[in-house]
Design a binder for this molecule. Structure first.
Ligand SMILES: [Zn+2]
Ligand SMILES: [Zn+2]
Length: 211
């Protein structure tokens, strides 16, 4: 059985099947790339998950395993609404994409855990034995049962360079890191004061052919 550290559940907040799936996905990504957990700003993760589906819990597992955390700016969401993520590591020629197999998603979905969830019961309120059973299914599955792996050959990514430069918004007076200053009426202002929306760099993953 896969050995999942207890602190991951404490960090995540509840016991559910998707955080462990994410932890296993992150672990498999590190094994395939031949790297360890990122202490600083090494691995970058492009999560294909979106909002409004419970599989998003996976991202806490991915962060826990890889150390590529939201706070360190190393995980981005692509909002494709797919249970998959791509993993890029500096100095490695290729990135890899790992997705949760349809067959495994189909195997999990009739489980009692999801009957509770569909009735609006939050994971912390689902009976412990039901949660233990579905988590054991995840931890006892083989990597092959769980995941598809695709090599993203020559996938290029340039992380944003860190900078400590900041200036005061000439409208509200609050400090803003320089790349977020916008010009409005010849003043350098923050994004809310500019009335504009945020345009962030977005990575587009290539189409994935059927395995
Ligand atoms: Zn969860
Ligand atoms: Zn402002």
């Amino acid at each position: 059985m896969f050995d999942l550290p207890d602190w991951t559940f404490e960090f995540h907040g509840h016991h559910c099947p998707f955080m462990p799936i994410g932890f296993r996905m992150g672990t498999l990504a590190m094994e395939n790339l031949g790297v360890g957990r990122s202490l600083n700003h090494e691995m970058h993760v492009f999560s294909e998950m979106g909002i409004g589906h419970p599989q998003g819990c996976m991202q806490d597992g991915i962060m826990s395993a890889t150390g590529a955390t939201f706070g360190k700016g190393m995980i981005e969401k692509l909002n494709y609404g797919k249970v998959a993520a791509a993993f890029w590591y500096p100095g490695k020629p290729d990135a890899i994409r790992i997705s949760l197999k349809n067959e495994f998603q189909d195997k999990l979905s009739p489980h009692e855990f999801f009957r509770y969830r569909r009735q609006g019961v939050e994971p912390s309120e689902v009976p412990d034995e039901v949660k233990r059973d579905i988590i054991d299914i995840v931890l006892n599955a083989s990597d092959e049962e769980l995941f598809n792996i695709t090599i993203l050959q020559g996938f290029e990514y340039s992380p944003v360079k860190g900078s400590f430069s900041k200036a005061k918004c000439e409208s509200c007076g609050e400090y803003v890191f320089e790349r977020y200053l916008r010009v409005k009426d010849e003043k350098r202002v923050c994004i809310p004061c500019s009335g504009r929306t945020v345009e962030e760099q977005v990575v587009h993953l290539p189409n994935v052919s059927m395995p």
